[in-house]
Ligand binder design. Sequence first.
Ligand code: AMP
Ligand code: GLY
Length: 410
Amino acid sequence: MRKINALVIGGGGREHALAWKLAQSPLIERVYATPGNPGIARSASCIKPPTSTPEGYLAVAEQVRAELTVVGPEAPLVAGTVDLFRARGKRIIGPTAAAAQLEGSKVFSKAFMLRAGIPTARAVTAESLDTAAQHFDEIGFPLVLKADGLAAGKGVIIAPDRETALDALTKLPPGPVVLEEFLVGEEVSYIVVADGERVWPLEATQDHKAVFDGDQGPNTGGMGAYCDGHILTAAQSDEILNLVIRPALAQMIADGTPYTGFLYAGLMMTAAGPKVLEFNARLGDPETQVLMHRMQSDFAATLLDGAPITWRPDPSVCIVMAAHGYPADVRTGDVIRGLSATPPGAIVFHAGTRASGDAIETSGGRVLGVTASGATLPDAIDRAYAAVETISFDGAHFRRDIAAKGLKRW
Ligand code: AMP
Ligand code: GLY
């Protein structure tokens, strides 16, 4: 069988996990990443794109003769990278720019869910920050305010009362704002691979969005995740597929923008069933780190040929080590020590790192995703934290309760 080259677009922890997994595939000759990072460079050849645009990524794909390209972050999707690759006859995993609007705009996404009959929080859309306060009482308090556009996890404010909500209006970027009811329950990340019509569900995962233990403090991109096969029952997974995923794909077809690639439903498991908090047009970060770590089957075989996905029984846990100041003013340039002494069985996915001479130093907010598995969830947690203890950099901080919310199911 002829092996092919694969290209991963992006340079964070999610892309490190993707490159690491694809590099293990017997179908893949060589993995490239653009731009990649020093961790990814252990599994793939990293190439700086001439420009961070669809054309720039296409130039890299052509240069390395990639016959499979996987897009990590949302920005290249919204910019039309998938559209351009397809127009040139190049295979790429991801949604078109039109379909990626599901993530790019909260207003679009809310209207879409209503159209498709997908369960979600009750909401009203205000055309601008100026008119938003008129609608507060239609929803009541606590009130969730969501800025319309991509905001890197910073566009959502939960206001317990009117005063906080009014204050939120001074902090959100100008433009339309979605006001919605506050939902109570456990959050679950439910991600599928879709080819327009068919779906390959990935195992459910849980992220930890708040910066401090006990879900306290401001939201981040995600401080850790786990995947243990216990988060949802088979009946709950079926319910999500039937109430959320299949109606979403059917509506995308009806709207003339069939959905291909990774569809990520951020769900609240409420007493009244699953409700969608948001859709993302991509894999989650750090969810992907535990998904790739726990996936037994060849992911390239799924992406290329639709092969079924199987999972190892052992749970995987990923602890994010973040830089000084994250998620506010991030300090970079701190030297990372201990990267070559990771205990066997653990893997350190790089996110915000860069090479500086012979050293690796911090270059972003989320620096590393320290990932390990164990025979049980408590065992996996212990192993992941034991690996964290072997790594250090000035200002490093991480949550000490990653995956603790899963323990009640063991
Ligand atoms: P989003 O970007 O819409 O997923 O919102 C970011 C985070 O805010 C979510 O992961 C939740 O933790 C929280 N959140 C968003 N919408 C709601 C809601 N309606 N009720 C409760 N929490 C919410
Ligand atoms: N970890 C949350 C996200 O990727 O959106």
